[in-house]
Design a protein around this ligand. Structure first.
Ligand code: SF4
Ligand code: SF4
Ligand code: FES
Length: 319
């Protein structure tokens, strides 16, 4: 099988370095991965091509890159599964500075992981033998412990594209690993920390991290689980928590969403700290009104809203 690899390249040592694209056409076997093809290019066509890899078996997390626009492991992605019209597009991972060609600087990734304090913080005196945890509680964490720190999720996180302060999917999944560990004694402290700016509530639930993670860690699900835990722990004072509570409350009472009331309730009606953000929402409202998208000022209520309430009652365990 013939394939053309269209590679996004960057050489910091060239004068006035700029990203550029270069194509290589080569013969590959059906079992070739994208990484196999890149190594073949480096060995036989262009020894200057920079690509990072080690295990070649989806274990070390070194070879995350964008393949046809989505992050994945080069060593796990077979050419045959991504080839389109004889071509595969390869780029360095996103949301991280490129060092050279397909090699990115992982420092921002590790800074975020370090920021969540990714180590056990037990409370009380040290046990004589060892810390014991119920098997079921640890089995539940096996999925999240499968993270190989490849950065694929961070590469494609849509929030990080616009806000580098966001802790991001990998770090928050790692945070969950300790929040949900029965041996950890710092749960509330952790939840307070992750509840702030750039934390739990900044995720837009776009699902990208779930889709691209090569190990099924499902970072977004861990973020949602920590949001639940934060609210259950009484941490209501954030725009995100208020938004989630107001959203549910409005749907429960009207049977449908009422965006006009959702905005002030999310920011906190008497919260002067958010006055600027609320005023900034006014032009958005005006644009929505101009395009006929503004919801009615007197909220529409579903005639069968008692059915919606019954769903809430059931979920909340009242009936
Ligand atoms: S679901 Fe959230 S954390 Fe995951 S990629 Fe989207 S915005 Fe980022
Ligand atoms: S959560 Fe998945 S995609 Fe993100 S770093 Fe871990 S293994 Fe890679
Ligand atoms: S080379 Fe180790 S994960 Fe791809």
């Amino acid at each position: 099988m013939k394939v053309t690899l269209d590679i996004g390249r960057f050489n910091p040592e060239s004068p006035g370095p700029r990203p550029y694209r270069q194509e290589f056409t080569l013969e590959v076997e059906n079992y070739f991965t994208v990484l196999d093809a890149l190594i073949r290019i480096r060995e036989y066509e262009d020894p200057t091509l920079a690509v990072r890899c080690s295990c070649r078996a989806s274990i070390c997390g070194s070879c995350a890159m964008r393949i046809n626009g989505h992050a994945g492991l080069g060593c796990k992605t077979k050419i045959i599964s991504v080839i389109k019209d004889g071509r595969v597009r390869v780029d360095p991972a996103g949301n991280l500075p490129t060092v050279k060609d397909l090699v990115v600087d992982m420092k921002p990734f590790w800074d975020k992981v370090r920021a969540v304090e990714p180590y056990l913080q037990p409370e009380g005196p040290e046990p004589v033998d060892e810390y014991l945890a119920p098997e079921a509680a640890m089995l539940h964490l096996v999925g999240v412990m499968g993270c190989i720190m490849c950065g694929a999720c961070l590469s494609d996180c849509t929030v990080l594209e616009v806000d580098e302060r966001f802790l991001g999917p990998a770090a928050l999944a790692k945070a969950y690993r300790f929040v949900a560990d029965p041996r950890d004694g710092a749960t509330l402290k952790r939840l307070k920390q992750y509840n702030g700016e750039g934390g739990l509530w900044d995720c837009t639930r776009c699902m990208e991290c779930v889709q691209v993670c090569p190990k099924g860690v499902a970072p977004m699900d861990r973020i949602i689980a920590m949001r639940d835990r934060a609210i259950t722990a009484g941490l209501h004072g954030t725009n995100g928590a208020r938004h989630a509570e107001a959203f549910a409350d409005i749907v429960k009472h009207n049977g449908r969403l009422d965006e006009i009331r959702l905005v002030p309730r999310s920011y906190g009606i008497f919260n002067v700290m958010n006055l600027g953000a609320m005023l900034a929402a006014i032009p958005v409202g005006i644009r929505a009104w101009r395009h006929g998208k503004l919801p009615p000022v007197i909220p529409h209520k579903l005639s069968e809203r008692q059915n919606v309430r019954r769903i809430f009652d059931k979920v909340e365990g009242r009936k």
